[in-house]
Design a protein around this ligand. Sequence first.
Ligand code: X5A
Ligand code: ZN
Length: 489
Amino acid sequence: NPACKIEVPERLVVSYGALVENGLADRCVSIPVREATDADILLVHSEEYLEAVKKTPYMTLEELKEFTLQYGDVYFHPNIYHCAKLALGATLQLVDNVMTGKVRNGLALVRPPGHHSMRSAASGFCIFNNVAIAAQYVKQKYGVKRVLIVDWDIHHGQGVQYSFEDDPSVLYFSWHRYEHQKFWPNLRESDFDVVGKEKGAGSTINVPWNKVKMQNSDYLSIFFHVLLPVAYEFSPDLVLVCAGFDSAIGDPEGEMCATPDIFAHLTHLLMNLAGGKLCAVLEGGYNLKSLAQSVCQTVHSLLGDPAPRPANLEGPCNSALESLQCVRSAHRKYWSCLKHFYISVLSQGCSDASGFIQAVLGLLLPLGYEYDPSLVLLVQTPGSGICDSVWQQLTGLLQGLAQGHILVAVNPCSFLHSVERTCIDPTCSSLLGDAAPSLGQLHAAPPEDVEAVENLRQRLKADWKLLQTTGEFMKATSLSYTNVTSTEL
Ligand code: X5A
Ligand code: ZN
């Protein structure tokens, strides 16, 4: 099938080759692969489907062609059942090693990819849904309560969405090229207003890109103003990434313009969730050069290397702003972090981590990224009331700026007079690259907002494009107000 000509073995050869060339492979622990078992596969797929796939190694070419016809954009080679079992087995090995603390985090370089495959169907180069199965597997084997799946591949992982649409314990986030349903897989259910069902309402988050050529600032804006606030409120025990790199520049499928170094930041920004437990699993990525560079950037961050300064941040484009605004509106009733623009300050010290984290994600990080400093100076003032874990989150997140050049001035009292040095150790730990401890599920920030802060934000919004979450500063000509509630406007 010519549609499948891009999902080739060289994808892994160049990715791994680049890791070796850049000295990254040597700095990683290689985890031996295993074949997935039937029981693993059946966590998401039906018995009928598994039995059908099992027969493919014995089919003739004619039979394979016939078998393939029932699915969309997928092909079956006589070896693919074996490869798919290894891809899933590798994913589960990574998850096991992260859950048991043998490694901090990791990237599984696997093919075939997984996020399009459904309970009883292959789709979009995918046979078994590696990441969806991994989520079920950790819930079952380790009793994990909440899993966040971040799907930064440029296609909608409909298979993952279907697996968890009514499950509140798995938060599925996906951005995808959509073009008002003109782009594959052309599904109505990929749009922003599809948010999950029953108990799972609010735990499916779709960000449709209705134009191509989205850039670094478009991706970062969605992270700052949608994904990260919701993720901190959700407080996952594990983060899984459907790490497709077809969302990078040069990809023939995505046609987007984000540069490979954005993946260093996307990875970094997720690494302080779940106490740092993050497993990335390769999905798409078809421009071999861009793929290899993006894989290296992801691994750099996973290893704790400083991220390069983010290139050309101009603020989100109009189409991205429109998507951003629509997603925030659709999810406002499910996530308290999206309900208010105001940000409460530290009037009650660390009893209110929610307000503080909201301020960091919604105000400080966007300003910091757009300002692009060469040095971050973080000053801990005496009696700030910021508790250690919140302080560590802040220190960790700020290390994404200024290539990690950060100078922290701690409260002198804490080491001059305190023998235990309780305030210094969390800072050291964070500077050494430890993930911040999880803050737990965040409640709504207290409504006693500080007007001054909101006013500040409102005033700054005109000049700082990464603070914008609505189209109010758009050129009127290209603005469409469909599906936008009056409260958001
Ligand atoms: C995993 C992935 C893409 C399928 C595109 C089919 N699949 N036209 O990126
Ligand atoms: Zn893809």
